[in-house]
Design a protein around this ligand. Structure first.
Ligand code: GAL
Length: 344
């Protein structure tokens, strides 16, 4: 009899202890429970990608602002996969074992999302993918999967329109030698990235729809990177001396690389027109300096806010759907705007 009492008391004490431990992360306020801390894992495909590092800074800022406003302590665990999907898969496991409440994933290989989704589903951990979009089939596997990105067709159409507008104002802005044809070269991002193909296709289509007479001299893949773009442009300037009038770039960093090559050749800044996408700080500087003709800026603050808002709502066990204007209940497209030299 006495023994049963002792067991009973020990059981109650254990239950009290477990409840107290659980309440360490939760504080009761006016009925509903309020979180006092949260841990969010952020996985980057490549930390030294210029656009991604700008986004990372905006995310850190969001987390700080949220912490100040809500009083909830936020730990952001940021990891760099350095372009390796295997590394990223291990990082996901590590973040799950660290007890993160949600993951924000900039996936290395967009066709390999199922491995990460399997791990997250098994751990019941919601995932906000961003910038590199998993295939729809994967996105539909679970209701706690979201995607935040920019609409690639919209970026490209806006980029094309910068050029169509300029050509309509004065064809000689693009057709430097006045032969009736705008001769261009094209710098493309990674082949496996959903944005590269769409951006290229719609930028050129917009120029054609706008009746800009075009001739492609050459093009190449520079994987979003300034140094790779610079090497390609150096080669093209040699192959097509005095012929290149326009450089269409899938992003700003590659446009900056092409500008590096143009400057090395001693060509007068601004004579060859270049357009990019992203509106990264260095791109905006080049625009102000008259080196970049135009770019399409994605609102980085808004981009990061959306990623963070969705992740933090999910971390608190709330519904993320009320947080944003979602397409198909899963996708959020960040706003974009045109920046041209005329606007400065
Ligand atoms: C694109 C962006 C590029 C690069 C890439 C990485 O959306 O324009 O600059 O950051 O994402 O996935």
């Amino acid at each position: 009899m006495k023994k049963r009492w002792v067991y009973g008391l020990a059981g109650v004490a254990l239950a009290v202890l477990l409840t107290a431990l659980w309440l360490c992360r939760w504080e009761k306020k006016d009925g509903p429970q309020k979180r006092t801390s949260m841990r969010i894992g952020v996985l980057l495909y490549r930390g030294d990608d210029t656009f991604i590092s700008t986004l990372r800074m905006a995310l850190e800022k969001q987390a700080k602002e949220y912490e100040q406003e809500s009083g909830i302590k936020v730990t952001l665990d940021i990891m760099d996969a350095k372009s390796s999907q295997n590394t990223q898969n291990s990082q996901v496991e590590r973040l799950i074992s660290l007890g993160c409440d949600a993951l924000c994933v900039n996936i290395v290989d967009r066709s390999a999302a199922s491995i990460i989704i399997d791990k997250a589903m098994a751990a019941g951990m919601p995932v906000v993918f961003f910038n590199r979009e998993p295939v729809e089939e994967d996105m539909n596997r679970w209701e706690k999967l979201y995607y935040v990105g920019t609409d690639a067709k919209e970026s490209a159409v806006l980029q094309g329109e910068i050029l169509v507008d300029a050509y309509r104002k004065n064809p000689r802005i693009l057709d430097r030698n006045g032969d009736g044809i705008v001769k261009y070269v094209l710098l493309e991002g990674e082949t496996s990235h959903q944005d590269s193909l769409i951006r290229t296709e719609w930028s050129i289509q917009t120029l054609k729809d706008g009746n800009v007479p075009l001739e492609k001299l050459t093009g190449g893949i520079a994987n979003w990177e300034r140094s790779q773009a610079s090497a390609l442009m150096e080669q093209w300037l040699e192959e097509y001396p005095d012929q290149i009038e326009l450089v269409i770039c899938n992003n700003d960093d590659m446009a900056l690389g092409a500008i590096d090559a143009i400057e090395r050749e001693g060509i007068v800044g601004g004579s060859i027109k270049l357009v990019g996408i992203d509106g990264i700080p260095a791109g905006q500087e080049a625009l102000k300096a008259g080196k970049l003709f135009g770019t399409v800026e994605s609102d980085k603050e808004q981009y990061a806010k959306l990623i963070f808002d969705i992740a933090s709502s999910l971390a608190k066990g709330k519904d993320a759907k009320e947080k944003a204007d979602l397409e198909k209940e899963k996708y959020y497209w960040c706003p974009q705007r045109v920046l041209t030299q005329q606007k400065y």
